[in-house]
Design a binder for this molecule. Structure first.
Ligand code: 5GP
Ligand code: MG
Ligand code: MG
Length: 179
């Protein structure tokens, strides 16, 4: 697995420090609120597991699964709900937990869909932000790291369902996805 990685972009240590910092900010901002952290499967699971433990105020979690990418590396723009939330979100302060904001198409679609269910508020926390490729009008409210326009894997992010279990974020060698 490691031999498929061109370079480590963000180390375990850097991730640990940043997640603690963002968790502390979220704890302050959501004190006294009705926080529901919504993880977008599957890419957010590793980030969610670490971030939720860095939040020191009351928090609930739920998950949604949407598909937009298949096994390719470019957004199709088509977003399909594969698994919906378990519960009604009315009265909750939603924090959408994402692995990466790339074109932004997935999250802008999801945000509109969830807005129609009348939560108290909706914000976005993302591990990675790739602003160079944004086509939708959407920005993260909390972001751990900005990354260049390269296909990254690890810490939850996959290529063809592999590399999610790498403990760091790295750039995949081109030959791996070019065939
Ligand atoms: P968007 O709709 O913002 O273009 O991206 C939707 C999803 O595409 C992300 O949540 C992520 O799962 C996937 N994605 C976007 N860029 C990358 C990348 O560089 N690496 C990986 N592994 N997935 C990506
Ligand atoms: Mg995702
Ligand atoms: Mg993926």
């Amino acid at each position: 697995m490691e031999q498929d990685i061109k370079k480590v972009l963000i180390s375990e240590e850097e991730i640990r420090e940043k997640v603690a910092e963002i968790g502390a900010r979220i704890s302050e901002d959501y004190a006294g609120k009705n926080l529901l952290m919504v993880g977008i499967l599957k890419g957010s699971v590793v980030f969610m597991a670490d971030l939720m433990r860095a939040v020191t105020t009351h928090a609930r979690i739920d998950f949604m699964s949407v598909s937009s990418y298949g096994s390719g590396t470019k957004s199709s723009g088509v977003v399909k709900i594969v698994k919906d939330l378990d519960n009604n979100v009315e009265g909750y302060d939603l924090l959408l937990v994402e692995d990466i904001l790339d074109s932004g198409l997935t999250l802008s679609y999801l945000r509109e869909l969830l807005r129609d269910r009348h939560p108290n508020s909706i914000k976005i926390v993302t591990l990675l932000n790739k602003p160079a490729r944004r086509t939708a009008d959407i920005q993260p409210d909390y972001c751990c790291f900005e990354v260049p326009d390269e296909f990254v894997v690890g810490y939850g992010l996959d290529f063809d369902e592999r590399y999610r279990n790498l403990p760091y974020v790295g750039v995949l060698k081109e030959e791996v996805y070019q065939g």
